[in-house]
Design a protein around this ligand. Structure first.
Ligand SMILES: [Zn+2]
Ligand SMILES: [Zn+2]
Length: 259
């Protein structure tokens, strides 16, 4: 049994056939899903989906790309919902910064501020974090340690294979592995995977993005976590069932839920 710990089921690309997408996952023993927050405008839809299905949960959070729409009180309004399982996705993303030096510095500073506010929110309510890091490993690592995020722990979703982030294992963090592991150019991730303690691995899709091989370019969906599990088991030279059992226990431990 697999839990897709990161899928944007509230994305417009699932509007027409969400029931089928979910059924396809359930039929393939993908029995639970977590919808991370990203754009606050899409949060009500995530709540609606989580209320409809037993094993689907949501998180409240604002992606660094949506930082202009960050509103702490709006997140706080939803965090006490019984299906709210975590805070995120939040973090730092330096992939698309402005060219101008001053604007770049201001953008980074704004990202750091809302990241810290979301860590504080997670600590206030005792929820784990779902963390997004792109081209910002050093700053993210520093913030997570300085803000004592280990108090609640969390997952580095779509782990970027940065070796310095392996240190966060000691601070209560997990590593979310998704479709990238199946890509032909995923050499770094394939090489670093065995260095992550097995009891710190989680599985995700980041659907509708990052679709695994051989479906790259198509819409991703939770069913494809089966391809991720297959590939991980292959790299780690384990039986897929054994890997799934370990990852499920990890998921239950971090999110404090029995899916
Ligand atoms: Zn992300
Ligand atoms: Zn995401």
């Amino acid at each position: 049994m697999i839990i897709d710990t990161h899928c944007h089921l509230n994305d417009k690309r699932f509007e027409k056939d969400l029931d089928e997408v979910i059924q396809r996952a359930f039929d393939a023993d993908v029995k639970g899903m977590i919808i991370p927050g990203a754009d606050p405008a899409e949060l009500p839809r995530a709540v609606e989906i989580a209320e409809k299905y037993d094993n689907i949960y949501f998180a409240v959070g604002v992606h660094p790309y949506d930082k202009e729409d960050f509103d702490l009180s709006f997140l706080e309004k939803h965090i006490t919902h019984p299906k709210c399982i975590a805070v995120g996705e939040c973090g730092l993303d330096y992939y698309r910064l402005p060219d101008d030096a001053e604007a770049k510095a201001a953008d980074k500073a704004a990202q750091k501020t809302i990241f810290k506010e979301q860590i504080a929110l997670a600590k206030k309510y005792g929820k784990p974090l779902i963390i997004h890091i792109r081209d910002a490993s050093r700053d993210s690592l520093d913030i997570l340690i300085e803000e004592n995020a280990r108090e609640v722990g969390g997952v580095l979703h779509c782990y970027n294979a940065s070796p310095i982030l392996l240190e966060l294992d000691r601070h209560g963090f997990y590593y979310g592995i998704g479709g990238v592991i199946t890509f032909k150019n995923a050499k770094k991730l394939v090489e670093i995977l065995p260095q992550i303690p097995k009891e710190k691995l989680l599985i995700e899709t980041d659907a509708p993005y990052l679709t695994p091989h051989p479906h790259r370019g198509e819409r991703n969906e939770p069913f494809y976590t089966t391809l991720v599990a297959e590939k991980m088991a292959d790299i780690l030279q384990m039986e897929r069932a054994e890997l799934e059992e370990i990852v499920l226990a990890n998921t239950q431990k971090l999110f404090n839920r029995f899916f």
